[in-house]
Design a protein around this ligand. Structure first.
Ligand code: NAD
Length: 351
């Protein structure tokens, strides 16, 4: 199995190094190669996604991405900015399905913005369509309006095939979990959502073992804070998913713990923590590597067919949290504060 490791900027190299350590401990045949991306790509080749990095990503079976960005690069023209690397990778590799789990480890329930009893043991997966919807629909623009002022307009649009393929990803992900999918739309108001709902229902006929329900997006936003544990997999479009996945990540209270994936039609994917390059703590050895380590577990599950290895990593993370080890971002009185490397070593040792 060929892996491309793209550490990037800020805390990226520190946290990806911990994931590498953990992957090496599994005893699998993994060929890992690293390349510069983001600001590091710009420094090396004046391009946030140098050609050599793109070809490594294309040749790999899966990509583990750290984070990109930092104040040093904020003044660059748009095409040279670090985040362009991610946008271009998504486009070049056809990564249309964004998987964002939100899990609350029982030991960390007190970190949530919600009451611990509402979120302890929470385990939901948001499947967001990533390449369509109102973010990409044409026509769009700002034009003269009839009243003498201007008007802004965008086009919400989804084709049947786009809805079908994201629905399929959600049903297949649910099969590896608790076998329930909730499709979120606004079918009471939007034509796009009406078609979305019809196609999801059609696709569900090929996944008869999965229970399908539907929810309007406004209700879902409310249910996520009222009773989030009712959900297993939530599937939704790009716009609604953008908002709901950020809301769901806050349920856990800890940005340093959450992994994510972006998958193509054949299951190849790019895996990354949801947080950024954290320039404020870069190089200090205090960053939490668990989101990246858990991203590596997702990579084994969704792109490499190694469910057992994924579960071993997740169990190892639970074990070290159970033993009271905490990086600074999740540290509470009575637990033991450790640095980035020590946390990585502890997870590898727990394997
Ligand atoms: P951020 O996620 O980098 O940091 C937000 C806060 O969370 C900071 O206080 C940081 O110290 C803390 N934090 C983040 N990850 C942590 C970890 N693993 N352990 C402990 N604490 C952690 O977001 P930001 O500050 O808005 O952005 C910083 C830079 O990262 C910017 O250049 C931004 O463009 C970039 N960024 C990149 C990505 C990506 O690569 N996918 C995502 C978001 C932001």
């Amino acid at each position: 199995m060929k892996l491309a490791l793209l550490p990037g900027d800020g805390i990226g190299p520190e946290i990806v190094a911990q994931a590498r350590k953990v992957l090496q401990r599994l005893g699998l045949k993994l060929e890992m190669r690293e390349a510069a991306v983001g600001g590091a790509g710009y420094d090396a080749a004046e391009d946030p996604l140098p050609p050599a990095t793109l070809s490594l990503a294309k040749e790999a079976d899966a990509i583990l991405f750290g984070a990109v960005g930092g104040p040093r690069y904020d003044g660059l023209p748009r095409a040279k900015r670090p985040e362009q690397a991610l946008l271009r990778l998504r486009k070049e590799l056809g990564l249309f399905a964004n998987l964002r789990p939100a899990q609350v480890h029982p030991q960390l329930a007190a970190a949530s913005a919600l009451k611990a009893e509402l979120v302890a043991g929470l385990d939901i997966l948001i499947v967001r369509e990533l390449t369509g919807d109102i973010y990409f629909g044409e026509p769009r623009g700002i034009r003269a309006a009839g009243d003498g002022g201007r008007e802004g307009f965008d086009t919400m649009r989804y084709s049947e095939s786009e809805v079908r393929r994201i629905a399929k990803v959600a049903f297949e992900a649910a099969r590896k979990r608790r076998k329930r999918v909730c499709s979120v739309d606004k079918a009471n108001v939007l034509e796009t959502s009406q078609l979305w709902r019809e196609v999801v229902i059609e696709e569900s006929k090929s996944h008869a073992d999965i229970e399908l329900s539907h929810m309007y997006v406004d209700n879902c936003a409310m249910q996520l804070v009222r009773n989030p544990r009712q959900f297993d997999v939530i599937v939704t479009g790009n716009l609604f998913g953008d908002i709901l996945s950020d809301e769901a990540s806050m349920l856990t209270g800890s940005i340093g713990m959450l992994p994510s994936a972006a998958l193509d039609a054949s299951g190849k994917g790019l895996y990354e923590p949801i947080h950024g390059a954290a320039p404020d703590i870069a190089g200090k050895g205090v960053a939490n590597p668990l989101a990246t380590i858990l991203s590596a577990a997702m990579m084994l599950r969704y792109s490499l067919g190694q469910e057992q290895a994924a579960e071993r990593i997740e169990a190892a993370v639970k074990k070290v949290l159970g033993e009271g080890l905490r990086t600074a971002d999740i540290h509470t009185p009575g637990t033991r504060k450790v640095g980035t490397g020590e946390m990585g070593d502890a997870v590898a040792a727990a394997l």
